[in-house]
Write a protein that binds this ligand. Structure first.
Ligand SMILES: [Zn+2]
Length: 511
């Protein structure tokens, strides 16, 4: 913390010297407001939130509550500096036009007596974005020296200064991924398993739309499994394909801001996908052997990916005629995880890739994921990453930040459009460093991982930074050693690594 605070003090001291630079803006002076936060008459949601965040950080740093006012309420004789948050007439007069910003681009820039903090808050179709909130975050972090490392007071690093002045700030950033999320058991309708209501809707009228079972029937009336409707479809049926396309077009029609509609198969339950001749003719005969799960034991079968890629693509072909700029979302998952061998994917299908949850505890699994991603990237125009890897070893200490960095760069270099990391189980003490590095990499996958780790240790732990850093290094070595065994870790593996002796040694670093 010391180094950062010294740096901030230096910036503030430099900026506070009068007459040094025309773009020096004093926001708070000696604990009293010296500025006004200005928003438009009809601010975007992100601008309203951004203004509140700005007010909160300035107050927490200096104790001064800077007022938020809409633009028309600023008096003509006002002599205070203006913090223009979001799109305003004044920021447009200064030459900052948010219409020229792309999805969530941000600008933070000083002018004489003004600070502009703005981001792209709206897609061309009116969908709300968070650009201005992100711009305020960037300002708080990069200029004010605020850091949010983990939830709760201890994780919020706020420097204290009675005077806040900024000088010659010019930040322009552009997110590389269009959507970046870390969630805990999230669900997203655009990509989730999609055909939950099909059995009820269609089984009486169209029994032939459902998967041919090993017993020769098309009875898919199996009960829900762990909350999942698990009925499978006969995906080569042209009438069914037309029905699915029709349903998708209705959803797109109803909700003009919907980017994508899912066509991912149902999950869970018996995994007896269609065994009819036509569906099987869509499979690649030389595909990897996978195991369908049935009541009478496993049924070996070639990978189902080629079949599903054709199903997705046939639907996309119909939908794209009416909606050429919107997407079909589908998972690469389970029995259809391996990249297709022969079948070409329609460019309007975005493939959501769900790698196994143990990629950082098993190098063999990680290599497979990367090589499979590379193969998918040759057929798909856009890929999206939906990992469960934060699950890791649950609450056990685990650090895999360097591999995380390598992978995010690799995926970004090979067509990753966006990423949603699931299974953040909030193990902040033992896994928090992974979450923090991930959050930073999702904004910029090319950032240097060591620099982020240094920052986390220095800002979060002050004089203890060195020992915390060493502790993380030791844990990363253990994590890498487990992964180097190249097999899924079991309880026995873990107890071999986390012995009493190892834990005592790790503890001794921290004492
Ligand atoms: Zn079939």
């Amino acid at each position: 913390m010391v180094a950062i605070l010294t740096l901030i003090s230096a910036i503030i001291a430099l900026a506070a010297a009068p007459g040094v630079c025309s773009n020096s803006v004093t926001l708070v002076k000696n604990g009293r407001p010296a500025s006004i936060i200005v928003i438009a008459e009809n601010p975007t949601e992100a601008a309203q939130q951004g203004a509140k965040d700005m007010q909160m950080w300035l107050q927490r740093i200096s104790g001064a509550k800077v007022q938020i006012k809409s633009e028309s309420k600023i008096e003509k004789k006002n002599s205070r500096a203006l913090i223009l948050v979001g799109d305003t007439k004044r920021s447009r007069n200064l030459g900052i036009n948010p219409d020229k910003l792309n999805l969530e681009d941000i600008i933070v820039r000083t002018f004489p007596q003004a600070l502009v903090v703005i981001g792209d808050d709206e897609r061309p179709d009116g969908y709300n974005l968070k650009g201005t909130v992100l711009a305020v975050d960037a300002f708080a972090e990069q200029i004010l020296g605020v850091r949010v490392l983990w939830p709760g007071e201890l994780g919020e690093i706020v420097p204290h200064q009675s005077t806040i002045a900024v000088n010659d700030v010019d930040i322009y950033e552009k997110p590389i991924l269009v959507d970046r999320r870390i969630v805990n058991l999230g669900y997203n309708g655009s990509f989730g398993h999609a055909f939950g209501d099909y059995w009820d809707r269609f089984h009486k009228q169209h029994p032939d739309w459902f998967a041919l079972q090993p017993d020769g029937t098309r009875d898919n009336s199996q009960p829900e499994h762990a909350g999942y409707p698990s009925q499978r479809l006969c995906v080569s049926n042209q009438e069914l394909i037309e029905q699915v396309a029709q349903d998708i077009m209705e959803k797109l029609e109803k909700n003009p801001q919907l980017d994508a509609v899912s066509v991912s198969p149902n999950d869970g339950g018996n995994q007896t996908f269609c065994l009819c001749k036509k569906c099987e003719s869509w499979d690649a005969p030389e595909g990897k052997i996978v195991q369908m799960k049935s009541n009478n034991g496993p049924i070996p079968h070639v990978s189902l990916t080629d079949r599903y890629v054709k199903f997705y693509s046939e639907i996309a072909k119909i939908v794209a005629k009416k909606y050429p700029n919107r997407y079909i979302g589908a998972y690469a998952y389970h029995l259809y995880l391996d990249a297709p061998i022969h079948t070409k994917l329609h460019p309007n299908v975005v493939i959501g890739f769900v790698p196994g949850s143990k990629v950082y505890q098993n190098d063999a699994e990680r290599e497979q994921v990367r090589s499979n991603w590379l193969k998918w990237s040759k057929t798909a125009k856009h890929l999206f990453l939906r990992p469960n890897s934060l699950m890791a070893l649950h609450a056990l200490p685990t650090v895999y930040v360097h591999k995380l960095g390598e992978d995010l760069r690799f995926f970004t270099d090979h067509k990753m459009m966006f990423a949603r990391y699931d299974c953040n189980f909030h193990h902040w003490a033992t896994n928090g460093i992974n979450y923090y590095v991930l959050a930073k990499l999702l904004w910029d996958p090319y950032r240097d991982v060591d620099e982020i780790v240094d920052e986390y240790c220095t800002v979060g732990f002050g004089p203890a930074a060195g020992m915390i850093h060493q502790y993380f290094n030791e844990i990363e070595k253990i994590t890498n050693a487990i992964a180097a065994e190249r097999q899924r870790p079991t309880a026995a593996t873990i107890t071999r690594y986390f012995t009493d002796e190892t834990i005592t040694k790790l503890d001794s670093i921290l004492i």
